[in-house]
Ligand binder design. Structure first.
Ligand code: SIN
Length: 339
């Protein structure tokens, strides 16, 4: 028998009510006599993606090193729930760990908007330097008032754009309906290039592209390959315009209620798999880019330096628009990570 917290549903309640209630009930302390501790870990990407592989590695190491004391159940591909539901489920103790896209935390805090600013981070090394800095580490605690704690960051990769036409300059995006994640920064980014932003769950995107409900989308090579977007997108433009990464998040009360030796071991395993997964993420994305090229279905478009500059200039006003939310000192800290 595994141990689970009491389940309470309050989807119809406002978000604030949900998280205040969650704070009150989420402790559900774990005692040795209760049996193995169950960590339900739902996520929305395929097992072969950077997140899928890292979550599976976490499960493997936990079960090897904490034999019989902790059981990890990983539910990939949105088979248990989508990302929005996973935040509520975590707050109520129905699941114990998630690795949600930083963009999708926008409904809870504006602090992670920094990661969505277009062309702020040129590559994963810069992102990693920022995440490892004092400013990056403080952000892990940005949702303590909601009863949630970030334990570490996992990479997916840099985002590209798929469309029915080659997107060489921002003018090519005018009038296109773009699927985006639940982020106001990404919404502003699409508006800046004359597109029409549509917030949508990952699991709905393939069909929306296939039926023409949307025209375009932005994502990493690994998500575009594993979700088969290349089958329904004639062109993929290599823009590297934004970062897609994850916050490994737990319910603070649940985490603090774990026996100390178990918590310490879990945190140590997380450090190990974070290093392992973040190292692999770039390779996985490059391999998936190559598979898209080899598919012969979708053409990969690369930009000239002048075309790239046009995208950077078109999207730059988004920085000013969100500077008030994010804070100019945090933006400066991210810029400092570029050197
Ligand atoms: C994810 O990578 O977890 C989700 C990304 C998306 O919704 O596009």
């Amino acid at each position: 028998m595994t141990t689970e917290c009491t389940s309470i549903r309050g989807r119809s309640a406002g978000l604030l009510v949900i998280f205040v209630l969650a704070l009150q009930i989420a402790g559900c302390g774990q005692k040795a006599e209760d049996g193995p501790i169950l960590l339900k870990f739902p996520h929305v990407t395929a097992p072969a993606t950077p997140k899928g592989q890292t979550a599976d590695r976490f499960k493997q190491l936990v079960e090897e090193r904490l034999q019989g004391r902790v059981v990890v159940e990983v539910y990939p591909s949105g088979q248990l729930m989508d990302d929005d539901d996973s935040l509520d489920a975590l707050a109520f103790g129905e699941v114990q760990m998630i690795a949600i896209s930083l963009s999708k935390l926008d409904r809870l805090t504006h602090k992670f908007q920094i990661f969505d600013l277009p062309f702020l981070f040129p590559d994963l090394i810069t992102v990693e330097r920022f995440q490892a800095s004092a400013d990056g580490k403080v952000l892990l605690e940005a949702m303590e008032d909601k009863g949630l704690r970030g334990l570490t960051y996992w990479h997916n990769g840099m985002k590209q754009m798929g469309a029915p036409v080659p997107l060489r300059t921002p003018a090519d995006a005018a009038g296109l309906k773009f699927r985006i994640m639940e982020s106001d920064v990404l919404q502003a980014q699409v508006l800046q290039i004359g597109g029409s932003p549509q917030k949508m769950a990952l699991g709905e995107v393939y069909q929306a592209l296939q039926t023409g409900a949307i025209d375009a989308q932005e994502n990493t090579w690994s998500n575009m390959y594993s979700s088969k977007f290349y089958e329904v997108q004639k062109y993929m433009t290599e823009t590297n315009h934004g970062y897609l990464g994850y916050l490994v998040t737990v319910n603070t009360s649940f985490w603090d209620s774990l026996p100390e030796d178990i918590r310490v071991e879990l945190e140590s395993i997380l450090r190990e798999v974070t290093e392992w997964g973040n190292e692999r993420s770039e390779t996985i994305n490059l391999e998936d880019r190559q598979k898209i090229v080899e598919s012969g279905i979708s053409e990969v478009v690369t930009l000239t330096p002048d075309e790239l500059r046009q995208w950077q200039e078109a999207m730059k006003p988004v920085w000013t628009e969100f500077e008030g939310n994010i804070g100019s000192s945090l933006i400066s800290a991210a810029l400092a990570a570029r050197q």
